[in-house]
Write a protein that binds this ligand. Structure first.
Ligand SMILES: C[S@@+](CC[C@H](N)C(=O)[O-])C[C@H]1O[C@@H](n2cnc3c(N)ncnc32)[C@H](O)[C@@H]1O
Length: 222
């Protein structure tokens, strides 16, 4: 599986635990995959503390955060993803590995580790069941003064239809706009620092293409 993503091949279906376990089974663990560039751009200036990576996949972002001194709860619905991530991290960065807890959890049902995180981040998570409840739950896990950081497949603007990505519109629910995420945040309690669409070039299978991302960074008022 390429990480930058081959989701367009999938037809309409539930993105439930079975789907993700199948997708990650036998996966080598994202060797050499860099952390999400939006996270690197937006989180490099944050003071390390406790972080939750929601939908951590094969762990590139958790590894990057832990490498910068964060204590990371890397949560994912797929045990296969977490096994690959744990193995890969032990190989690549044993010191960072000691700062990551790999936790199997359905994040639509609750937040592992008791909440109060200095950073909650999520990259391309699209759980079955709707975004408002999901991002509301993630936001509730951020400590006062802490940061919520979300990257999604952007659904706004000229690229906001399935034609460029899915065959049958099945990925429509995997798309989100930054404004949609911001809408779940109470303006009295949150300062939205970044809420925008960003495009970037990626290489997949020797071909370069452009990804359109929705990026939200918000700070919970202390
Ligand atoms: C498109 S992948 C992105 C993985 C990783 N964040 C990245 O950027 O490479 C979405 C991830 O969310 C996880 N996921 C989906 N639904 C979830 C849920 N309800 N609870 C926890 N993780 C979930 C999947 O297992 C998968 O690893």
């Amino acid at each position: 599986m390429t990480r930058e993503r081959d989701e367009g091949e999938h037809m309409a279906q539930d993105f439930d635990r079975d789907y993700w376990e199948d997708r990650y089974r036998g996966h080598a663990g994202g060797h050499g995959v860099p952390p999400n560039p939006h996270l690197v751009a937006e989180a490099s200036d944050l003071e390390p503390g406790r972080a939750l990576d929601a939908g951590a996949g094969t762990g590139a972002e958790a590894r990057w955060l832990a490498g910068r001194g964060w204590r990371v709860t890397a949560a994912d619905i797929s045990q296969a993803a977490l096994d690959a991530a744990r193995e890969r991290t032990a190989d690549l960065d044993p010191q960072a590995a000691g700062r990551i807890a790999w936790v199997r959890a359905d994040l639509t049902e609750g937040i592992p580790g008791g909440g109060g995180y200095d950073l909650v981040c999520s990259h391309y998570a699209h759980p079955t069941g709707g975004y408002a409840a999901f991002f509301g739950l993630l936001a509730s896990a951020v400590a006062p003064g802490g940061t919520l950081f979300v990257v999604g497949h952007d659904h706004t603007g000229p690229h906001g239809h399935a034609g460029s990505h899915g065959h049958d519109g099945s990925l429509e629910h995997a798309r989100v706009g930054a404004a949609e995420v911001a809408a779940v945040l109470d303006p009295g309690a949150w300062e939205v620092l970044v809420s925008e669409s960003r495009s970037r070039e990626v290489e997949r299978g020797g071909h370069r293409s452009v990804l359109h991302d929705a990026v939200l960074r918000a700070r919970r008022r202390a």
